[in-house]
Design a protein around this ligand. Sequence first.
Ligand SMILES: [Zn+2]
Length: 212
Amino acid sequence: MTTKSGPQHYPGADRTHWYQKRFPGDAMEVNVVVLHTTEGPTLPDYMGGLIAPNLTAVPDLTAQKLDWFQHFDIDVSSRALVNLPGGVETNTLNVCQVELVGTCDPATHKKWTDGGKAHIYWPQAPEWAQRELARFLAWMHAEHDVPLRGPELWPPYPESYGSKAGQRMSGHAWNAFKGVCGHTHVPENLHGDPGAIDFTGLMQFAKAARDA
Ligand SMILES: [Zn+2]
């Protein structure tokens, strides 16, 4: 099976926080992007890369752009998902993972707002942030054939934790899935990020970027 076809570095991404030497991972052929929110205000250390995604998008609120940091090649497995013994594969199942710096938790959003801490609350992300993320997804579509589609249900956090809201994929659905989803959709995982992002709007921007 072919692996690692297409460009492995997102153009413009900073690679000073590179973890692939320490954690070589598995070569893959990505057909899924999994979105996370970091639930913190700055670029995480990820325990020295132990729980790092492929890329992190750090908002520059003044310049109104996302600063991209890449930690692993696009087609190399990263480490931000739980994978239980047995069952399905998660990190290694042809997924490219992106952590969005900010929060999807309305309680954290309120705390940061009350404390005067500027941040992105991803369920209400400004248009520039949605468009910058969409540009990445359009690139993943053009260069890695990731379909610009995803699950119907994006429940808000904290209802998105666990699987009571009905959004979490079965192992069977996950194995068959190609497209863009959230941590909240991945089986064997409980986390509810990135919550109720405007996925319809994100896909519209991604298709507009693709067609531009
Ligand atoms: Zn996550």
